[in-house]
Design a protein. Structure first.
Lengths: 67, 177
């Protein structure tokens, strides 16, 4: 349970930080960098999610196809 | 227990470091208009002194330097130029360029600001008082344009760098936790 909460918080903080950073960058006229930051955050979150799904599938495989 | 403390300490160090880098970048943007304003004030005083022929150039430079705070780049450059002029038979322009080169770390001026000053140094102490005063007026006009541009840049980027440092530090901490 604690692991799931940790991942959720991690993703939430990445989202908040990216939103603030992107809006600040847009305000200062650096739109391309704002887009770059958003895409980087997306990739970062995708990596976290894929790692966890990979973990889930490994667990399922271990439970059902242990032989 | 020790592991948890180490983790918190590491997180604090990372956050402080990232925020510090952000603040340092922001400080450069904040300092440039101030440096330019100081420099312009000093040049105005120099122009008055030259126009009225009040003092010899080294004395005038030393007196102007004393008007500015200890850490100010303008003070260092003017004081060093005066010192060089007093010490040996150096030309004023040469001494000024030398002082600019040696004190470039003291202020946050861009290379193009320094180039304008270098260009002005050719007339310094080498032509008539009227021509020198005219050269300083032209330089002041250019520097005032640059100051306006520096203020606009500061308004745009100071907050971004300050916030970006803290946020990137926070992101790193969260990713590495």
């Amino acid at each position: 349970m604690s692991l799931e909460l940790h991942v959720l918080f991690q993703i939430a903080i990445i989202g908040i930080a990216t939103a603030v950073l992107a809006s600040l960058l847009k305000q200062s006229g650096r739109d391309e960098i704002a887009t770059l930051v958003t895409i980087t955050a997306l990739v970062l979150v995708a990596t976290v999610v894929v790692t966890n799904i990979n973990h889930l599938f490994t667990e399922i495989r271990a439970v059902f196809f242990s032989q | 227990m020790a592991w948890v403390i180490a983790k918190w300490l590491g997180a604090a160090a990372l956050l402080t470091g990232a925020a510090g880098i952000g603040f340092e970048f922001a400080r450069k943007y904040r300092k440039r208009p101030l440096d330019l304003r100081e420099l312009m004030a000093a040049l105005r005083m120099l122009r008055n002194d030259i126009s009225y022929g009040r003092l010899p150039l080294p004395d005038s430079l030393a007196e102007i330097a004393a008007h500015f705070p200890q850490h100010s780049g303008t003070r260092h450059v003017f004081a060093m130029t005066a010192h060089r002029l007093n010490a040996a038979g150096t030309e004023a322009g040469e001494a000024f360029v030398d002082a600019l080169r040696q004190n470039s770390e003291c202020w946050s001026l861009h290379e193009e600001d320094l180039n304008a000053l270098r260009q002005f140094s050719h007339t310094m102490g080498a032509t008539s008082a009227e021509l020198q005063a005219a050269a300083i007026t032209a330089l002041l006009g250019e520097l005032s344009d640059r100051e306006r541009e520096a203020v606009a840049e500061r308004d745009r980027f100071e907050k971004v760098y300050r916030t970006a440092g803290v946020l990137i530090g926070m992101l790193l901490v969260v990713m590495l936790w």
